[in-house]
Write a protein that binds this ligand. Structure first.
Ligand code: AMP
Ligand code: MG
Length: 424
């Protein structure tokens, strides 16, 4: 469970160092279950929601044999090149030719239109000659032979009747939504979204735009977490800013925890005299664990308070962002009924040397480029101070660097997490 040989040594090390990221994630996620709420969500608004019941196609789609070309529907037995066939009608998308095709006939047809019964092939219009007979109507002559079934979509090409389009725990993509709507479904039963509240702590903090007396700084954690949550489709039900005052912190913590499923705080969770959040969590709720063996993000605490899951993120903005992405986000996914999807990992090579102080495993912020053969390269985003938001600016990757690493020359292969959300 923890680094170290003997059990006792391991526990002592854990207390001193904190959990590795993997240990912390495993412990945290094992303690969580999906929230009980369910919503019937109109499908057009369901992208990003997590299915609480399977989505099942009520019928086959498209439900009829459809042409996938503009051309002529005919029987292959009649389709001998050079022999004209009378064109007896037209089947357009949404306006079928209502009768079965008789032997020796052809029907003008367009993409998406019903292929008349009796026809078993569509000859594309590029492969035929159309002539207007003097006494008869239009006649079509094939230039090449046709194959049975050509340019005809099967009635269940998109989905068979009863086919499962999505399973419980699946987060719906734009494509999933479009496909379910294409199959005639209107709503999806999804898990309710967790109600999230934010508590930004620190006596030095002011909202951007307010006057800044000496020693104060603008809050960046609040806006950053709000927008990260928004990217994940979550809105914040309530947010408060409180200085390092235990009494006011206690009131704010209990108020926010009492009206949310998840309360996220930043700041005040380290070991300084003004760091009141962890002791308050221990007193007002239950501390599950505190401290990570990780850089950035050592002072991280989680537990429960007034029925809410509590996350105490560090105050340093990069530490807050990284611990949010590594621990809070997967936890939010579990609470919302989804299997937590880890960030995709890939092997990259350092484009420039990396020098660092050994001690803790590090997630180094880096940009992704490619070399002349298209192989992935990582360029660290400068000074990796956890106070420096600029180290996250333009970062596509978090490089997973071992605790003991000191000097890594350019070209070193390292594993990296790819911080990208799917477009679809
Ligand atoms: P703390 O975790 O409270 O010890 O804060 C660590 C560092 O992060 C200090 O330099 C704080 O000023 C800074 N910090 C804390 N909260 C925020 C915030 N919301 N926005 C920007 N910086 C912060
Ligand atoms: Mg502080």
């Amino acid at each position: 469970m923890v680094q170290g040989d003997g059990k006792g040594v391991g526990v002592v090390q854990q207390v001193r160092q904190g959990y590795t990221l993997d240990q912390a994630r495993t412990r945290l996620l094992a303690a969580l279950n999906p929230l009980p709420g369910r919503d019937d969500c109109p499908l057009p608004q369901a992208r990003g929601r997590v299915l609480a019941a399977p989505l099942v196609a009520p019928r086959a789609v498209p439900g009829f044999r459809a042409s996938s070309m503009d051309g002529y529907a005919l029987r292959t037995v009649d389709g001998r090149p050079g022999e004209p066939l009378p064109v007896v009608g037209c089947s357009a998308a949404g306006a079928p030719y209502g009768c079965p095709l008789q032997p020796g006939q052809a029907v003008r047809i367009f993409t998406g239109a019903v292929v008349p019964d009796g026809a078993d092939a569509v000859a594309p219009q590029e492969d035929v000659q159309l002539v207007q007979g003097e006494t008869s109507g239009p006649m079509v002559t094939l230039e090449t032979s046709v194959r049975s079934g050509q340019w005809i979509r099967s009635p269940q090409e998109e989905a068979a009747a009863g086919e499962q389009l999505g399973g419980v725990g699946q987060r719906l993509s734009s494509v999933d939504v479009a496909r379910a709507l294409a199959c005639g479904l209107c709503t999806a039963q999804v898990y309710s979204r967790p109600r999230v509240t934010l508590l930004i702590t620190g006596s030095e903090l002011r909202p951007a735009g307010d006057p800044l007396p000496p020693g104060t700084i603008c809050d960046s954690n609040g806006p950053l977490l709000l927008s990260l949550l928004e990217r994940l489709g979550l809105t914040v039900a309530d947010q408060q800013w409180v200085g390092d005052d235990p009494q006011r912190l206690e009131t704010a913590l209990l108020t926010l925890a009492g009206c949310s499923d998840v309360l996220i705080s930043t700041g005040g969770v380290s070991v300084g005299d003004e760091d009141h959040v962890r002791p308050l969590l221990e007193r007002l709720g239950t501390l599950q664990f505190w401290r990570l063996f990780l850089k950035p993000g050592r002072p991280f605490a989680t537990g429960t308070m007034a029925g809410a899951r509590f996350f105490g993120l560090p105050g340093n903005p990069v530490s807050a962002a990284v611990t949010f992405l590594q621990l809070v986000w997967p936890a939010l996914q579990v609470l919302e009924g989804a299997a937590p999807e880890p960030w995709p990992r890939l092997q990259v090579r350092l484009a420039t040397p990396l020098r660092r102080r050994p001690g803790r495993p590090e997630l180094v912020r880096a940009r992704l480029t490619t070399d002349h053969r298209g192989k992935p390269l990582a360029t660290p985003c400068g000074d990796q101070s956890s106070a420096r938001l600029a180290s996250l600016h333009g970062a596509d990757l978090l490089l997973e660097i071992d605790a003991s690493a000191t000097e890594l020359p350019a070209g070193t292969a390292v594993m990296a997490q790819l911080l990208r959300l799917p477009v679809l």
